[in-house]
Design a protein around this ligand. Structure first.
Ligand code: SAH
Length: 418
């Protein structure tokens, strides 16, 4: 199939497409022609199940007989997939005489036209692949392109200004604990098409390097020369950009609905009539202990964990200690500042002073560090080691598993290699 080839995209709307043959190949051809708007007629003495259901749905018309001279007349496009060389020859010759393009399923080299393997994105990108006579290769390349379109690894962002029809959507995207590889495929894909990205300090900022230069990036965290945005300002800016018709990704650390104020942002969008979508993320509460080799539950150790914010004082921690069994793992977020008070409060609430505690700083980054102690000495150890936020504090017997499991983050694995 080294003949010249000329790729085009056809609008088949309302145009007659003839499919000769009743088997699965004919069925695939017929259904893609229907999807492209064609008025499809199938000529075949019998039909496979898929074609029969297209006929039953009135998506195609069926002439229940063998191919006959004259069937091609009036067709813009012809598919011959009869499995019978003589018939395919006859169809192809008739199509040539009628100046219609004919795709032969039996013999690509005798064909006047070929159907490529096609990948499409939800928002209008179409990639058609010819494998140079090797359909398997075309499909493999198509699958790789489709995966790149889905994941946002390919530059799928529209570069032409669309006509603005109503507000854009705000996507509250959980970015995971910090490593660029730990965002979801959906999050990645939305980043690749966003007009505006509103980003938190603890979000996986490595993902910002991939944005195209015309994407507006609004940084909510404190950076030199910039003030931190208040929650009201963040709510206002996401709503305002969406009302301008722009698609907004609100990129947050971990999961948007775990101590991330994602709920408030969603409510602000609802109040302004802005469509909002939540894309879950890998929460640091579970994944950062995992990075250090600590499962928050483990058969035979504990079957529950409680997640507590230590941001606004120790009462929530005391409450959690009272509400949950002594074996329940406690995971404290934002727990560095009040660590000493929190540890003392847990002992005062009945947890043994010898309960193991781990503090994992900057999980899933190259600076990940784990400090291990007990409720009795962890505050002193943290102070001596200069432990800083962001860190996850894990309290419970699961901490001891770390000795056998060891760290799981990619960076610490690299560090362990000889
Ligand atoms: N929505 C986030 C939590 C936001 S609160 C989530 O689901 O993960 C911010 C706190 O999360 C930090 O103070 C810290 O306790 C924790 N945290 C987030 N990322 C972290 C990381 N990479 N390493 C250690 N702690 C982290």
């Amino acid at each position: 199939m080294s003949t010249p080839s000329y790729p085009v995209v056809l609008d088949l709307t309302g145009r007659r497409v003839l499919v000769v043959g009743g088997g699965p190949v004919a069925a695939r051809r017929a259904s893609s022609a229907v999807a492209a708007g064609g008025r499809v007629e199938v000529v075949a003495p019998w039909l496979c199940e898929e074609l029969a259901s297209l006929v039953a749905d009135r998506a195609v018309e069926w002439r229940a007989r063998d191919y006959a001279d004259g069937d091609v007349d009036g067709a813009w496009f012809v598919h011959s997939a009869t499995g019978d060389r003589t018939t395919d020859d006859a169809v192809a010759h008739a199509a040539d005489r009628a100046r219609a393009w004919c795709v032969r399923a039996d013999d690509a080299s005798a064909s006047a036209a070929w159907t490529p393997a096609v990948a499409r994105s939800a928002d209008g990108v179409l990639v058609a692949v010819s494998g140079g006579g090797d359909p398997g290769r075309a499909r493999a390349i198509r699958d790789a392109v489709a995966a790149g379109l889905d994941s946002g690894e390919l530059p799928v962002r529209a570069t032409r200004r669309r006509t603005i029809k109503g507000p854009g959507t705000v996507h509250l995207v959980g970015g995971g604990p910090g490593h660029a590889s730990l965002v979801t495929v959906r999050g990645r894909r939305l980043l690749a098409t966003a007009d505006v990205v509103v980003v938190d300090r603890l979000a996986p900022r490595g993902l910002l390097d991939r944005l195209s230069p015309d994407v507006e990036v609004i940084d909510c965290g404190k950076t030199p020369g910039h003030h931190q945005l208040t929650q009201d300002q963040i709510n206002a800016v996401i709503v305002e950009r969406a009302l301008q018709g722009l698609d907004v990704v609100r990129l947050k650390g971990g999961d948007p609905f775990v101590l991330g104020r994602g709920g408030e942002e969603a409510l602000a969008c609802h109040a302004a009539g802005v469509p909002v979508e939540v894309v879950p993320g890998v929460t640091s509460a579970v994944s950062v202990p995992a990075a250090a080799g600590i499962p928050v539950t483990h058969r035979g150790v504990t079957s529950s964990f409680a997640l507590v914010s230590a941001h606004d004082g120790v009462e929530p921690i005391e409450r959690a200690a009272h509400e949950h069994a002594a074996t329940t793992t406690l995971v404290l977020l934002m727990g560095v500042r009040l660590l000493r008070d929190s540890a003392a409060a847990l002992v005062a609430s009945g947890r043994s002073a010898s309960t193991p505690v781990a503090i994992i700083e900057r999980g899933w980054t190259e600076e990940q560090r784990t400090t291990v102690g007990t409720l009795a000495d962890i505050a002193d150890l943290a102070e001596a080691g200069g432990v800083q936020s962001p860190a996850v504090v894990v309290v419970g017997d699961v901490v001891a598993l770390r000795a056998d499991l060891g760290p799981f983050s990619p960076e610490s694995r690299q560090a362990r290699r000889p």
